[in-house]
Design a protein around this ligand. Structure first.
Ligand code: HEM
Length: 457
């Protein structure tokens, strides 16, 4: 799906961002089909950490021509706060990073509502520990290109005993670009001003680059003033890495129990997401799925909630209306733009065969990389206010029906005439398996990091 996006993007504006210095993953969607791996690395020796980085840098892809990538595979690299420490970044520089990044995702659990199953105590190793230092993402269009890039990553650690790969997760596209629940994914991402491309209708006005990349003005006209030094900051950004387990059997079973027909199951599923499985938004196809809209990149984002202020088409609580209320929060367009992230999602694990309602014990789900220059007002705000609370839409403690943690009674309200329908007892469909906040520097900044202590980069 996302490759279609890249293939059809019109390049109408000269980029004003320094694309050759920004990492490709910030702007570039994954290929379709895609294959890849996430690696997490621990650095026990700072000098060897910087040597690894020097070897990696030539293979880190810049965002040049991101709308028409020529590379069959590419690599992205990012660091946790512990990772920057392990590389030997000076204390004054460490202290200049935003507090949420310095604390790390696990320490922010109470703000993020990562409680119960989602609590850091239940996360997989090495998430939330001081061992997770460097995150590498490798994206490729096929197995062969993946092997080539992985080999480069392997060579960067060769003969460096102070460097260990402590986590590896393979990911790949599921049939038809669906997620494990069966929904088309990767349909919407904000348009970044100055990135050089005009996307399809419905993406809204381009959002100021400073929301996503440091060194440029943001929606408030300000440019980030930390971290220091400037060379480290310019063209860098932050990301929230989240690994989710998806309870596909539980989701199917819940739908079956609530519905009296297969058609009604599909309707309830669509109401939870705000789109039909084909990707067609309820705002445009409120009664039944219209796969032609789902597949049409000029239409599947070209909608507004303006004529649906009672949520009769798309419920207030539907996932996509919560996480991006577009024009549904009256007169708050600017505020909505302050809470956007670029999303780079991938899926892992085998699909659960069609029709199966019992869990087969397989690990399957998605990994999301939510990219933005302001973790606190972007990922943390969306997760704490829009996903795991219902106040902003006058729904009390009701959470996102797909990804909420159902700490209270799991309800989901579907506005309807003459009376609304309220579903109860929603199980938790998605469990957090782990996560980290990372800093993704620009390419010059990577060289600065590799050259700390005067080593030549
Ligand atoms: C397992 C977890 C998740 C699942 C299954 C999921 C599923 C989906 C699906 C099916 C869509 C519609 C297609 C698309 O545009 O890609 C979507 C859109 C979106 N999701 Fe999620 N999502 C998950 C986690 C998250 C998280 C953690 C966030 C942010 C905190 C998020 C933010 C968004 C946004 C911003 C959109 C675009 C909304 C729009 O159309 O304007 N999602 N998600």
């Amino acid at each position: 799906m996302e490759a279609q996006l890249t293939n059809t993007i019109q390049v109408t504006n000269a980029p004003t961002l320094e694309l050759s210095d920004i990492q490709a993953t910030v702007l570039r969607p994954r290929p379709s089909p895609y294959k890849g791996q996430y690696l997490i690395i621990r650095i026990d020796d700072a000098t060897q950490g910087r040597e690894m980085l020097r070897r990696l840098i030539p293979h880190v892809a810049p965002a040049d021509d991101w709308w028409a990538p020529t590379l069959p595979g590419w690599l992205a690299v990012a660091f946790t706060f512990q990772g920057l420490k392990a590389l030997g970044v000076p204390q004054a520089s460490l202290d200049s990073f935003p507090q949420e990044f310095r604390e790390g995702m696990a320490a922010r659990a109470s703000i993020l509502n990562d409680v119960g199953n989602n609590a850091p105590a239940n996360w997989e190793y090495p998430f939330g520990t001081t061992d997770a230092h460097v995150a590498i993402a490798v994206y490729a269009k096929d197995e062969q290109s993946l092997d080539t890039v992985l080999e480069r990553a392997r060579q960067s650690q060769q003969d460096l005993p102070g460097i260990s790969i402590i986590y590896r997760l393979k990911f790949s596209e599921l049939p038809e670009g669906r997620n494990p629940f069966g929904f088309k994914d990767g349909l919407h991402n904000p348009q970044v001003e100055g990135s050089g491309a005009d996307v399809h209708p419905g993406y809204g006005a381009a959002i100021k680059a400073g929301e996503f990349v440091m060194g440029y003005p943001d929606e408030l006209g300000e440019a980030a003033s930390g971290p220091e030094p400037e060379v480290l900051r310019i063209n860098g950004t932050f990301l929230a890495f989240r690994k989710f387990h998806m309870g596909v059997a539980a989701f199917r079973k819940y739908l079956r129990d609530q519905a009296s027909s297969p058609e009604e199951e599909e309707l309830i599923a669509a109401k939870m997401v705000g789109r039909w499985r084909s990707g067609a938004p309820l705002a445009l196809a409120p009664e039944r799925d219209d796969a032609t809209i789902g597949a049409d990149l000029d239409r599947n984002n070209d909608f507004s909630y303006e004529d649906d202020m009672r949520g009769l088409k798309c419920p207030f609580s539907a996932h996509i209306r919560r996480v991006n209320p577009r024009d549904a929060l009256k007169n708050e367009i600017v505020a909505v733009n302050l809470h956007q992230c670029l999303r780079r999602g991938t899926n892992y694990g085998p699909p659960l065969p069609e029709g199966v309602l019992e869990d087969d014990g397989e690990e399957r789900g998605g990994v999301f990389i939510l990219i933005g220059a302001h973790l606190k007002q972007q990922f943390e705000f969306v997760q704490s206010q829009w996903v795991t609370d219902g106040d902003f839409i006058n729904q009390g403690a009701e959470q996102d029906p797909m990804i909420g943690n159902k700490r209270v009674d799991g309800t989901f309200t579907i506005p309807k005439l003459p009376v609304r329908r309220r579903l109860h007892g929603l199980p938790q469909f998605v469990d957090v398996r782990g996560g980290e906040y990372c800093f993704m520097p620009g390419l010059r900044a990577l060289k600065w990091l590799a050259g700390l202590n005067g080593e030549s980069s």
